[in-house]
Design a protein around this ligand. Structure first.
Ligand code: ZN
Length: 69
Protein backbone atom coordinates (compact mmCIF):
# COMPACT_ATOMS: atom_id res chain seq x y z
CA UNK A 1 0.00 0.00 0.00
CA UNK A 2 1.26 3.48 -0.82
CA UNK A 3 2.20 5.66 2.11
CA UNK A 4 -0.21 8.50 2.88
CA UNK A 5 0.48 11.76 1.02
CA UNK A 6 2.24 14.41 3.03
CA UNK A 7 0.32 17.63 3.55
CA UNK A 8 3.40 19.80 3.84
CA UNK A 9 6.78 19.88 2.13
CA UNK A 10 9.96 19.28 4.08
CA UNK A 11 10.26 23.00 4.77
CA UNK A 12 6.72 23.33 6.06
CA UNK A 13 4.88 24.85 3.09
CA UNK A 14 1.41 23.39 2.55
CA UNK A 15 0.91 21.15 -0.46
CA UNK A 16 -2.09 22.97 -1.89
CA UNK A 17 -3.29 22.95 -5.51
CA UNK A 18 -1.71 26.34 -6.19
CA UNK A 19 1.51 25.64 -4.34
CA UNK A 20 2.19 22.23 -5.83
CA UNK A 21 3.73 21.31 -9.13
CA UNK A 22 3.34 17.76 -10.35
CA UNK A 23 6.40 16.31 -11.97
CA UNK A 24 5.95 13.17 -13.98
CA UNK A 25 9.10 11.08 -13.96
CA UNK A 26 10.19 8.81 -16.75
CA UNK A 27 9.83 5.91 -14.34
CA UNK A 28 6.09 6.51 -14.31
CA UNK A 29 5.95 8.03 -10.84
CA UNK A 30 4.51 11.47 -10.24
CA UNK A 31 6.24 13.53 -7.60
CA UNK A 32 4.91 16.69 -6.01
CA UNK A 33 7.17 19.69 -5.87
CA UNK A 34 6.58 22.66 -3.61
CA UNK A 35 6.49 25.81 -5.76
CA UNK A 36 7.51 28.01 -2.83
CA UNK A 37 10.66 25.98 -2.23
CA UNK A 38 11.40 26.00 -5.93
CA UNK A 39 11.15 29.78 -6.30
CA UNK A 40 13.26 30.27 -3.18
CA UNK A 41 15.87 27.93 -4.60
CA UNK A 42 15.87 29.82 -7.92
CA UNK A 43 16.26 33.14 -6.10
CA UNK A 44 19.16 31.79 -4.07
CA UNK A 45 20.81 30.43 -7.17
CA UNK A 46 20.46 33.81 -8.84
CA UNK A 47 21.92 35.78 -5.95
CA UNK A 48 24.83 33.40 -5.50
CA UNK A 49 25.77 33.56 -9.15
CA UNK A 50 27.28 36.88 -10.36
CA UNK A 51 27.54 35.50 -13.92
CA UNK A 52 23.81 34.95 -14.03
CA UNK A 53 23.14 38.45 -12.76
CA UNK A 54 25.48 39.93 -15.37
CA UNK A 55 23.68 37.99 -18.09
CA UNK A 56 20.30 39.31 -16.99
CA UNK A 57 21.66 42.85 -16.71
CA UNK A 58 23.19 42.64 -20.18
CA UNK A 59 19.88 41.47 -21.63
CA UNK A 60 18.11 44.38 -19.96
CA UNK A 61 20.60 46.90 -21.33
CA UNK A 62 20.18 45.56 -24.84
CA UNK A 63 16.43 45.92 -24.78
CA UNK A 64 16.81 49.37 -23.23
CA UNK A 65 19.01 50.63 -26.04
CA UNK A 66 16.95 48.88 -28.71
CA UNK A 67 13.85 50.63 -27.46
CA UNK A 68 15.45 54.03 -28.15
CA UNK A 69 15.27 55.40 -31.66
ZN1 ZN B 1 8.19 24.13 0.38
Amino acid sequence: MAPPLKTHCKRGHPFTATNTKLNKLSSGYTVRQCKRCRSEFEKLRYHNNPKRQAAVRARRNVSYYEARP
